[in-house]
Design a protein around this ligand. Structure first.
Ligand code: NAD
Length: 478
């Protein structure tokens, strides 16, 4: 174990989970607690040989896994969900320490719960053969077959949930999977895989704790038929280039800069709490979080004030403290991005309503909820993805202008419209985004397809569409 003695309380179950993945030995890379910066364990450093071995084993295991059939695979995935629930508290605690998100609120326990829910849904969702033609001219059916080996590459913000999103449907459809977790949240993902592997047959699901180079090799590997990638748009472009080598099919869930539009007539007090969590879930480190809020002139100040009032009630601090619902930024690079964008906004003359300087009293990587008013399109805090707890609030007077602004960037993951439902639905139809929520932002459901447009990527996850996306269509004609 590390020479550092953690000051946060740990349980026997916490230690057992780290031991399972070999994180308590002397070898490997020190992994810091996001809140305290103390070492919580050591992550293995795996290389090219490990990747080659993993892909070869996953390839060898695939035919038998596919041959088990949907019923048996679904039974095993349901058992895997049970295993996650058995270890839920230890997984949530490790996630909280490594990622930073608190146990409470829509955070670590919520994330682990979602893992079990998505596994169960992937197991239970039927995918029927479609009869395309059945008349005197002939009979044709469309079925979906396994692809082979799926490579899964994930980010550090919702590392467990996104890993499950990437693999649950893939396994259900008869593929095997090789997972490369983010370097920032390796331990949590390895722990999750270890728990799942308590019930899955050997080599159906293999983790490789490598760096970007290993990610790039996995993407272009000749034995990989599909890559599920979630991360930044810049890396997404590299993945597309890699897929020129092996023609792997891709699902790309990339960055976003989701706009919210508050229409005239909305009730600021009624929507403030949902606006807050839309923007600040996981302390703003969420792909489909509300990242630019456009508010009609007639209620601009009321919305700003109502949001500030909600923000004042949300405790931030160490995630293991049950009181907290907001945590640190996960890493220094992200902390620096948020600080830079807020400093730039201030220098441009924007109004810092609350927050605005690091919460150094809480720890190295804490930045408070920051609401920035009197700011316009063109400011980097508006135009760039901040991926942290700083929300620019932009005033508009003509809904057409707000829609034009919402559509003005080269990303389109999510968006939201707030106000009268019918009016909001009409505006939603004009917004370029994979999902447009009405009077909420960012909620996902295992049966509702999710995916981006423009620079936010392509392909859908979840539900029936999600199953199809990790399979190859096959026509039986005759
Ligand atoms: P990132 O792109 O830096 O890294 C993501 C993963 O890609 C990591 O595992 C990394 O090791 C790997 N990687 C890096 N270079 C690679 C390469 N050349 N080939 C293959 N793999 C490579 O992203 P991040 O900083 O971890 O995550 C934050 C970003 O992810 C944000 O932009 C966020 O919006 C986005 N995101 C999107 C979704 C979504 O569903 N659309 C969900 C979560 C996060």
């Amino acid at each position: 174990m590390s020479e550092h003695t953690p000051t946060v309380p740990t349980t026997t179950e916490d230690s057992a989970l780290l031991e399972r993945i070999g994180a308590t030995g002397r070898d490997g890379r020190d992994v810091p607690d996001a809140a305290t910066r103390e070492t919580i364990g050591r992550a293995p450093l795996q290389g090219v040989d490990d990747l080659e071995d993993a892909v070869a084993r996953a390839r060898a295991a695939q035919p038998a896994w596919e041959a088990l059939g949907h019923t048996e695979r679904s039974r095993l995935l349901t058992a895997a969900a049970d295993a996650v629930e058995e270890h839920a508290e230890a997984l949530a605690r490790l996630l909280s320490r490594e990622q930073g998100k608190p146990l409470n609120g829509p955070n670590a326990r919520f994330e682990v719960g979602a893992c079990a829910a998505w596994l169960r849904t992937a197991a239970a969702t039927p995918l029927e053969t479609e009869v395309i033609l059945d008349d005197e001219t002939g009979h044709a059916e469309l079925t979906y077959r396994a692809i082979g080996v799926v490579g899964a590459i994930g980010p550090w913000n919702w590392p467990l949930m996104i890993t499950i999103w990437q693999i649950a449907a893939a396994l259900r459809m008869g593929n095997t999977a090789v997972v490369k977790p983010s370097e920032y949240t390796t331990l949590s993902v390895l722990a999750l895989l270890s728990v799942l592997n308590d019930v899955l047959p050997p080599d159906v699901l293999i983790g490789v704790a490598g760096d970007r180079e290993i990610g790039a090799r996995l993407t272009a590997h000749p034995l990989v038929g599909k890559v599920m990638f979630t991360g930044s748009t810049a890396t997404g472009r590299r993945i597309v280039e890699g897929s020129a080598q092996n023609l792997a099919r891709l699902t790309l869930e990339l960055g976003g800069n989701d706009a919210g539009i508050v229409l005239p007539g909305a009730d600021p007090a009624a929507i403030a709490q949902d606006l807050f969590w839309g923007a600040f879930i996981n302390t703003g480190q969420t792909c489909a979080a509300l990242k630019r809020l456009y508010v009609h002139d007639s209620l601009y100040e009321q919305v700003v004030e109502a949001l500030a009032a909600v923000a004042a009630t949300m405790p931030m601090g160490n995630g293991l403290d049950e009181d907290n619902v907001l945590g640190p930024l996960q890493n220094r690079a992200q902390f620096d991005i948020v600080s830079r964008l807020v400093d730039d906004a201030r220098e441009r003359g924007a109004r810092i309503v609350t927050g605005g300087t690091p919460a150094s009293d809480l720890g190295e990587l804490f930045y408070p909820v920051t609401l920035v008013a009197d700011i316009a399109d063109g400011a980097p805090l508006v135009d760039e993805e901040q991926f942290g707890p700083a929300l620019p609030i932009i005033r508009y007077s003509d809904v057409d202008d707000a829609v034009r602004s919402a559509n003005g960037l080269d990303v389109g993951l999510g968006a939201s419209v707030w106000g009268d439902r019918d009016e909001a639905r009409a505006v939603a139809a004009r917004v370029q985004a994979g999902t447009v929520w009405i009077n909420s932002h960012g909620g996902v459901h295992p049966m509702i397809p999710f995916g981006g447009v423009k620079g936010s990527g392509y392909g859908l996850e979840f539900g029936v569409e999600g199953l199809k996306s990790v399979a190859v269509p096959q026509i039986i004609n005759g």
